[in-house]
Design a protein around this ligand. Sequence first.
Ligand code: OGA
Ligand code: NI
Length: 366
Amino acid sequence: MEVSTTKNSIDGDYNRAKAVNEFDRTKAGVKGLADAGITSIPRIFINPPEKLQKSSNTTRQIPIVDLKGFENGGQRRHEIVNEIREASETWGFFQLVNHGVPDSVMDGMIEGIRRFHEQPAETKMEFYSRDRTQSVRYYSNEFLHSSKAAANWADSLSFVFKDDMVNRDVLPSVARREVEEYVKCIIILKEQLSELLSEALGLSSDYLGSTECMKSAAFLCHYYPICPQPELTLGLSQHTDLPFLTILLKDSIRGLQIRLQDQWVDVHPVPGALIANIGDFMQLITNDKFKSVEHRVLARSVGPRVSTACFFSPSTRNVSKPCGPIKELLSEINPPIYKEVLITDLAAARSELNGTRSSVLPLFKL
Ligand code: OGA
Ligand code: NI
């Protein structure tokens, strides 16, 4: 491995672009570094201390919503809708249990993603790409070249399914069956959440569904290798998610934290749970009623950690239709806060922030 691992200290002649290029050219990702047995991490991964502050609040917990009994329109559905409303208004995050995705399907997905990342580097390299138009690709650090921020200690496999259409042929064969099964289940769950979130906003249950705002799904399947110096870097730096809704599947390794009232709160693994969180675009159309909350993943000396984030965004038909705050939610005392925007405007604004992935919403205020 030709990656320079020695320059951890601050020095004047450090050439970040060169170091980044060397790393990218290996096409072996962070896993390649971990496999090479490095004991000190390359400087491109080292964060300034203020970005690291690893202390966290371990007493508070994101809400757990039990979806059992949501179907029958009865008392339980009413309670579930209230729980989802409260969680979306305060935490922007909730864990879901009894969500209908079988344990075997979730375990299969995690194992399939692990298998993809643990293939011989030469096999995996075929998929290594920075071309965002490619429907399936693998890479390390999306904003590696454009960002001035430290790189994250993780590799990602990404793929996109537009308009609820699952095209299995594009998937890497090593995880094809598992991914296909998981995606089918997650689309059903998304439809249920779309109804429950609509009701939580006081709208008819088909409201969000009829706007097709969550009809396409982008998957990021992360692999966080064991890190030899976890105190110097992050698995995934602080960010908000951009599209409407995220459903996150993760294994039992800790590391996810949520920013709440200036404190980092650890997300405790709940067996069999999936995590749902509100994205920036949902915060925009709900006129700040639902919150898109910052989160991050710590680098760890245990692992590897495997996770899959599924981000829901508009159908191809509606992706070029501007969206603003939902009219039915507005009133004299709740005037619109945001302009009408396209999801691509939000994405472009985020790219311009140079991969810091902080919220772009303030840029779209009226
Ligand atoms: C993301 C994300 C968390 C995780 O991909 O946006 O927040 O646990 N992932 O991998
Ligand atoms: Ni995220």
